[in-house]
Design a protein around this ligand. Structure first.
Ligand code: FE2
Ligand code: FE2
Length: 156
C-alpha cells in the first residue's frame, strides 16, 4: 500500500466509506437496543441506545468533513446484519467497532499527512467514543478488548 501521496479526493472517498459505516452503526444500535431482551442484557441495551445517538453525531461530523473537501456525502449505509440471538448481535457490533477503529486510526494519519490537523482532531474525538463502544461490547460479551491495530500494516 502506498504510504505517500493521498489526495484530498481520495481522503473524501475514504471518509465516505467511514460515513457508510456510521449509518450502519446508527441503524444497528437503533434496532439492537430495542430488541435485546433479558435481565442480563438490560445494561448493554441502555448503552446501545447511547451509542446510537453518538453514532449520529459522528455521521454529522464526518459528512461535514466530506463537504469541506468539496465532495458529496454518501446517503447509503453499509448493510446491517440482523440476528435473533443477543450474543450474535453484540458480536456484529463489536466486529464493526473494531473495523471502524482500525479505519479511524488510519484516517487520522492520512489527515495529518495532508496537513488537515483540525480534521484529524475531530476524528480523534470520534475515535475516543468508538473505543468506549468497543469496551462496552467486549464487556457485555465477557471478553477482553481486542487489539485491532491499524489496517493494511503487518509486523509490529
Ligand atoms: Fe461512530
Ligand atoms: Fe461506535
Amino acid at each position: 500500500m502506498a504510504e505517500k501521496g493521498i489526495s484530498r479526493k481520495e481522503l473524501a472517498a475514504l471518509l465516505n466509506a467511514d460515513l457508510a459505516r456510521e449509518y450502519q452503526a446508527i441503524i444497528a444500535y437503533v434496532v439492537y437496543s430495542q430488541v435485546l431482551k433479558g435481565a442480563e442484557y438490560m445494561n448493554i441495551a441502555d448503552q446501545l441506545e447511547q451509542h446510537a445517538k453518538q453514532e449520529l453525531d459522528h455521521a454529522l461530523t464526518i459528512s461535514r468533513q466530506i463537504d469541506y473537501l468539496g465532495e458529496m456525502p454518501t446517503a447509503t449505509p453499509k448493510p446491517v446484519k440482523l440476528s435473533d440471538k443477543p450474543r450474535e448481535m453484540l458480536r456484529f457490533d463489536l466486529d464493526n467497532e473494531n473495523e471502524t477503529i482500525r479505519n479511524y486510526r488510519e484516517r487520522i494519519r492520512q489527515c495529518e499527512e495532508l496537513g488537515e490537523f483540525a480534521m484529524a482532531e475531530q476524528i480523534r474525538q470520534i475515535l475516543v467514543q468508538e473505543q468506549d463502544h468497543q469496551i462496552d461490547l467486549a464487556t457485555a460479551l465477557g471478553e477482553d478488548v481486542p487489539d485491532v491495530g491499524r489496517p493494511a500494516r503487518g509486523g509490529k
